[in-house]
Design a protein around this ligand. Sequence first.
Ligand code: BV8
Ligand code: ZN
Length: 294
Amino acid sequence: MSVNVEDIVLHNFREYVKSAKHILVITGAGLSAASGIPTFRDGGGMWNSLDVEKLATPEAFATNPGLVWQFYHYRRVKALEAQPNQAHYVLARLSIPKLLKKVAPQAKTFHHVTQNVDRLIIRAMDNLNNDTPESLSHLNHSRVNSVIEIHGRITDVQCTQCGHREEVLSSPLCSSLDTSILNGYEDAGSEHRYIAPEDLPRCSACGALARPGVVWFGEKPYHLDDINLLVYKADLCIVIGTSSTVRPASTYAYRVQRHGGKVAVFNLNESVGDERADFIFRGPCETELLRVFP
Ligand code: BV8
Ligand code: ZN
């Protein structure tokens, strides 16, 4: 019977997971690709046709808030329409201590840092919670705390003045952002329509101009101190669906390795740092994660 490399990698990874105590998962846009949300830099990624600097920076918003809002509003609509995929549900199940123990009996902590702003992992955990027998539901609080959205949430609206922040799951946020006239990400990011600031989403607390609740380039990501502690403690870092090009998220796996932890990469294509990875699972994460964590 011929044993191929993939089987050996799978066996060795599963053996290592059995001894892992502090597991840290880092995810990117590839996790949501199967849910129909485009990635940023690969294939038909958004940043390949749109100008990042024109759309995902504080300067862009200061210069043309209407353009930036049209882009983010279109992405909000898509995120609200999308459904979690199998990859989200595998991670949601692993965030339930009782289920995690089946594959990682020594695990003391499991944390998931996501770069994604689409909130799909939270929805997968909520859906699982609704289907979870009463006996497990008391574990819910520990599971929700296990997810850190380092780049914020596209469904949050944040005030540019008083700091008020709220999650708004309804759409459109205001009549001027009616997306019926938009027919694609490129359209949402183009200069086709001026919207006056007074007609853009306003803060429900003070009435000032509101902005999407995401972290733009040059802005400080969320929960950095908490994440640094998790990186320091992790003995296993599982990197899923990210090109590992955006800092500081792209630095975490290497830092786990530097203090003796191991790194597993799940990606459709090659990504930055693959050469250092201890385990590589090449393929769509929505099937690979299910294969590795049935
Ligand atoms: C900060 C929210 C400092 C908004 C995002 C020059 C050199 C080095 C660094 C810098 C530099 N200039 C500036 C920087 C820092 C900058 C940075 O890293 N820039 C990069 C581009 C060079 N970083 C920042 O500015 C960060 N802030 O550093 O602040 C600071 C610190 C302390 C105090 C004050 C200040 C803030 C970065 C956050 C920016 N916001 N998003 C929005 O969404 O519009 S970033 C954006 O990229 C998304 O959040 C996304 O999640 C993130 C990373 O992209 P990926 O998720 O990896 O997506 P990508 O398309 O790249 O890759 C997808 C992958 O999936 C591919 O590998 C593909 O093969 C794979 N895939 C596809 N399908 C599947 C799959 N894999 C498996 N299965 C599939 N089915
Ligand atoms: Zn306000």
